[in-house]
Design a binder for this molecule. Structure first.
Ligand code: HEM
Length: 578
């Protein structure tokens, strides 16, 4: 199967060659043609020699290099393994290779050495325990430099600007600090579930609005459930533009870095990219300026940006960096969380017994006369582990953003040279079942060599029944306390990544998932659809969609019914009391 990478490159290079050829023939005078034909055979001979020498050198060099490299599939000269990496869901191929070559194997993608890690331990050893040398990201010229000016935190190099951004975001999103956002999250959840009860068929849209609204309100202090409308589409377009630029082969400049210095009048891609960066910067700076104005008028609600305004000098952040940082928190947080909620809804339609057990816990602790709150969390262990199990069962983050080693290193007898890209293949799925994949975006970052689904969440040695949604796998014998396998950061899964580059918004996300799950299960039953004869039609659990940014379930229907007649009125009274 041809990879998108080689296809993209091939298309771009052939277009350039055709254009060059067409232009050249126009200018060659007739008397030069004769001379050219006598030279042709000599040139052919010389170029054959050059190619042969090149191939021989490459073979010797690569065999020396591979002596200490992790094993991997045989490579072709120049392109390496590019042609073998599938355009769709590459982790299936990676899982196959891990069975053949072992849990740590390496690939060569157009000269770029890549290692794929397939165990919790290896990823923990490198990304957690040696994170001082495994916290860099590979260079992405178009996505990371031209479009986002080196300040898009997710792709930022392990640099001073990343450190400043990480410090500032950690200060406002660490476990204690996120507590100030709890009222916003609870209000947004109650709004969203109330709307879902009123229009059950719009559950998907309302869950999207929920996560966007909660994060926008927390970051900018905008009113909860009301301001997110058009901005959701706008931010999705923002993230999708960046994601599409990450696709290997989408821009030649990522293979030929000197092209970055082309003047803008000959490089349209660069001109467009810089113009886009400026427009996005203006918009984000406008958002922060709006908050600053309200703050000086004494009208601003406390938010991440009001904190940044107070602390940006201490953190050494410029206005532009602060504006991008705020926007990144929204774009990294909204879709990841709503897609996790879609997976939860899917699980409920497929596992009614799990839903009943959760509802029994809610009834016992909360009752039916008030909505659940964060104060109930302590007494709702089953709901807490549903959050973990949802993140484990279907990790939405195939964008396990790759790492790059900043120093030479040895691991398990293998040499890992500085500059080696490491990716972790976290969806270790030993069932040989195929995923049905529908691609909504033509240019998915999944299609590339460096962006991979995280996957240990389905490691059969740790979770023998990995494909089953079973939250109580994370409860101890008392049924009250959470347990976690090693190297899962006391969370039971690695869906939020590893070490210094792990998700900085994970505590916010865990709270958002908890309150939405508790509220919807308190208010409603989530049931599979029925056909015209009343027979249950179960959605296909393995039918997933690569939306370009995250992977989630393919659209499916479910029936949402209030559990008791007063649910809607209680939710509305609750909202009115806030
Ligand atoms: C269920 C929801 C979420 C999932 C599954 C998720 C997953 C991830 C993953 C896998 C990474 C890369 C980790 C690594 O390289 O090891 C990441 C990074 C990041 N996430 Fe999240 N995330 C979620 C929600 C959020 C939220 C709510 C926010 C903001 C409030 C956020 C902000 C970020 C940022 C800024 C980074 C870049 C960190 C860095 O490079 O230093 N995420 N996330």
């Amino acid at each position: 199967m041809a990879s998108s990478l080689s296809q993209n490159l091939f298309d771009q290079v052939s277009a350039a060659v055709v254009e060059l050829g067409t232009n050249a023939s126009t200018y060659i005078p007739d008397n030069v043609a004769e001379l050219a034909s006598t030279l042709t055979s000599d040139v052919r001979l010389a170029s054959s020699v050059v190619v042969l020498v090149g191939v021989a050198t490459w073979t010797v060099f690569s065999s020396l290099r591979r002596r200490h490299s992790p094993p991997g599939p045989p490579q072709l000269p120049i392109i390496g393994n590019v042609h073998q990496v599938p355009t769709q869901m590459p982790w299936i191929k990676f899982t196959e290779w891990s069975k053949q070559y072992g849990p740590i194997f390496s690939l060569n993608l157009l000269g770029q050495q890549v290692i794929v890690l397939n165990t919790h331990k290896a990823a923990g050893d490198l990304f957690d325990r040696r994170s001082n040398i495994y916290s860099d990201r590979p260079r992405l010229i178009m996505a990371g430099e031209i479009l986002t000016g080196g300040i898009f935190m997710v792709f930022a190099r392990y640099s001073d600007v990343w450190r400043k951004m990480r410090r500032a975001s950690h200060e406002s999103f660490n476990p204690r600090a996120v507590e100030k956002y709890l009222p916003i999250q609870a209000e947004a959840a109650a709004h969203s579930i109330s709307r879902i009860l009123a229009q059950p068929e719009s559950w998907e849209e309302n869950l999207k609005r929920y996560t966007a609204s909660a994060i926008l309100s927390s970051v900018y202090g905008w009113p909860t459930f009301g301001s997110e409308g058009g901005i959701i589409k706008r931010l999705h377009a923002h993230t999708a533009r960046i994601a599409s630029a990450v696709v290997p082969g989408a821009f030649l400049v990522d293979f030929f870095p000197f092209m970055k210095y082309f003047p803008t009048w000959i490089a349209k891609w660069k001109r467009d990219g810089l113009a886009w960066h400026k427009a996005e910067t203006d918009m984000f700076e406008g958002f922060n300026a709006g908050v600053a104005e309200k703050l000086s008028a004494g009208e601003a609600q406390h938010s991440f940006v009001t904190e940044l305004i107070d602390t940006e000098e201490r953190h050494g952040l410029s206005k532009k960096e602060a504006a991008w940082l705020a926007a990144i928190m929204v774009s990294a947080g909204a879709e990841t969380t709503s897609t996790t909620m879609f997976n939860f809804m899917l699980a409920m339609t497929l596992y009614p017994d799990v839903m009943r057990r959760a509802q029994a816990e809610i009834d016992a602790v909360v009752g039916r006369e008030r909505v659940p709150t964060f104060d109930d969390k302590e007494n709702l262990p089953f709901i807490r582990v549903m959050v973990r199990e949802t993140l484990r069962w279907r990790p939405v983050g195939p964008l396990a953003v790759p790492r790059q080693a900043t120093e030479d290193d040895w691991y398990e007898g293998y040499f890992i040279p500085k500059g080696m890209v490491s990716i972790y293949n976290a969806l270790l799925d030993n069932s040989d079942r195929e995923y049905l994949v529908k691609t909504q975006s033509n240019q998915s970052p999944l299609n590339g060599s460096i962006l991979i689904w995280i996957n240990f969440c389905r490691d059969p040695t740790i979770f023998p029944d990995f494909d089953v949604y079973r939250p109580d796998r994370f409860l101890d014998e008392s049924g009250k306390n959470e347990i976690s396998p090693p190297d899962t950061h006391q969370m039971g899964h690695v869906t939020y990544g590893f070490g210094r580059r792990s998700c900085v918004g994970l505590h916010f996300a865990n709270h958002a998932l908890f309150i939405a799950i508790a509220t919807i299960l308190w208010a409603a039953d989530i049931l599979p659809p029925v056909d015209e004869n009343g027979n249950v039609v179960l959605p296909d659990a393995n039918d997933c969609v690569d939306a370009g940014v995250v992977v989630g379930p393919a659209p499916f229907r479910c029936r949402i019914k209030p559990r008791f007649p007063e649910a809607q009125a209680i939710l509305e009274a609750h909202l009115a009391s806030l």
